[in-house]
Design a protein around this ligand. Structure first.
Ligand code: NAD
Length: 455
């Protein structure tokens, strides 16, 4: 993708105050300022650089016409909005909101909204690009989208969060729509907030537009099975990989980094399907027990411990879960975790990426060389958007499905995405991530070409 659009908001590298960061975000113009890529070793690459490098690498393995490759390297539309909100103390604060619709070649754009003080435009564009490839690989009739508001939600009251969410929705009223752009929860956004988006959009447009947003509460047309869908999908692809290698889940040990929505359900389903979970970490601690960790017992402990696992007595604390002894490793916390610094020390033979962007491009090469089988994020963690799609279909048809229907159909799609990616990896002798991108580029490219250029 065009690096000018992905350039990080320029800073001098010094410590930047939240006010300066916000000012920089508000004045950032995508087409200005090109920053040189960050070489690994001098700090991890930005998400945008990573997404760009992955895209370029895959273009060498597809036979698309140059104009199609060029077309797909640019985000279709990015919207930047000021979001003025009256705070509880009576003052008005202005937040910055972004929304990127990466491409609508395959259908309306789809993707979460993130609330975080470090949200940047280039991060939003990179995440929208990943959503784009993810939807194409899963065979969904969607393009990718992503949104974000530069805000630390932990410092706001529930009333302030509601006013931000409703005003952001109004600013995006001509972007969002069941047939144009469908948001969902992401980091720090919840189903309750999706309910506010649904209500605000419907109040302004009229009617009851349940299909404008997914990840809603069940009472508003949310889908059964949505909460655990990403973790469930991660484990579906891991099980497919284990079978592909001629092994059995019962003979596997697993470590999971992160014990949030994705990490907890990944650990739970790994255990349910017979693997022994020997390591779990979160922001507070990294735990290991070679005899196995009871995932539900740990979850119950964390619930009583402000959601954190530190202090759990039935496992010992270790210093690096990513390089611990195990067969399956699930990074399910943050981006840029497996890098050129630690990739050579990864001992797992299968890595299932629950997080977005946990492995850098350099680390990918090292893992591939060492024979580690990586199920890339755009394949492994697509369960969330697949069930979001199911929610949208149920809303459009006014016909809710049973949980079994949701889970069975999710399983079919995850298994198919895995199989199609393996087929390309083997036929083109490329790593799984490049293969996944090839699949996505072929599908998106075919659609771009078939639609042609207007006018
Ligand atoms: P979450 O906030 O629910 O959980 C994040 C977990 O990571 C928490 O347990 C936190 O303690 C832990 N963590 C934070 N910093 C850590 C550190 N330094 N070391 C170890 N653990 C750390 O978030 P989530 O929804 O589970 O998302 C996790 C990742 O998965 C993100 O990259 C997200 O973009 C990606 N993802 C999420 C979904 C989804 O449906 N939630 C879908 C696709 C991808």
């Amino acid at each position: 993708m065009d690096p000018r659009l992905l350039a990080p908001i320029p800073t001098d590298g010094a410590l930047v105050s939240p006010e300066e960061k916000l000012a920089a975000a508000q004045t950032h113009t995508p087409n200005l300022g090109m920053t040189a890529p960050t070489p690994e070793g001098k700090g991890p690459p930005s998400l945008a650089e990573m997404a760009h490098q992955q895209y370029v690498r895959a273009t060498h393995h597809v036979s698309l016409e140059p104009w199609v490759v060029e077309h797909l390297s640019h985000p279709m539309r990015t919207t930047i909005a000021s979001v003025p909100v009256r705070m509880d103390d009576g003052q008005v604060k202005v937040f910055t909101g972004y929304r990127c619709q990466y491409s609508n070649a395959l259908g309306p754009t789809k993707g979460g909204i993130r609330y975080h003080q470090d949200v940047t435009l280039d991060e939003v564009i990179a995440l929208a690009a990943w959503m784009n490839w993810k939807c194409a690989i899963a065979g969904l009739p969607y393009g990718g989208g992503k949104g974000g508001v530069v805000v630390d939600p932990t410092r706001l009251s529930i009333g302030e969060l509601e006013r931000i969410t409703r005003r952001y929705t109004v600013e995006m009223i001509n972007v969002f729509g069941p047939e144009s752009d469908i948001p969902a929860p992401d980091v720090n956004t919840t189903s309750e907030m999706m309910g506010w988006i649904y209500d605000t959009y419907s109040m302004i447009k009229g009617g009851a537009a349940a299909g404008v947003v997914t990840g809603k509460p069940l009472a508003l047309g949310g889908s059964l099975g949505r909460t655990e869908s990403t973790g469930r999908g991660v484990v579906e692809t891991i099980e497919a990989a284990v079978k592909h290698k001629g092994k059995r889940m019962q003979d596997m040990t697993a470590c999971v980094q992160g014990f949030g929505k994705v990490g907890y359900y990944s650990a739970r389903f790994l255990a349910e399907r017979g693997a022994k979970v020997v390591g779990v970490s979160d922001v507070s601690a990294q735990l290991y027990n070679k005899n196995g960790i009871d995932v539900e017992d740990l979850f119950a402990f964390a619930r009583k411990n402000k959601g954190l696992i530190k202090g759990y007595g039935k496992a010992q604390e270790i210093s690096d879960i990513l390089t611990s002894e195990c067969d399956i490793l699930v990074p399910a916390a943050l981006e840029n975790q497996i890098t050129s610094r630690n990739a050579a020390n990864v001992r797992a033979s299968i890595v299932g990426e629950g997080a977005n962007g946990p492995t850098t491009v350099k680390a990918d090469e090292i893992l591939h060389k060492n024979g580690v089988f990586v199920i890339p994020d755009v394949v492994a963690n697509s369960g969330g958007v697949v069930v979001s799609y199911f929610e949208w279909v149920q809303n459009q048809q006014h016909y809710p499905w049973t949980e079994k229907e949701v889970n069975d159909r999710l399983g079919v799609i995850m298994e198919r995405s895995f199989r199609n990616t393996v087929k390309i990896a083997e036929s083109k002798s490329v790593d799984m991530r490049t293969a996944a991108y090839v699949l996505a580029l072929e599908r998106c490219g075919e659609a771009v070409k078939a639609r042609g250029l207007f006018p």
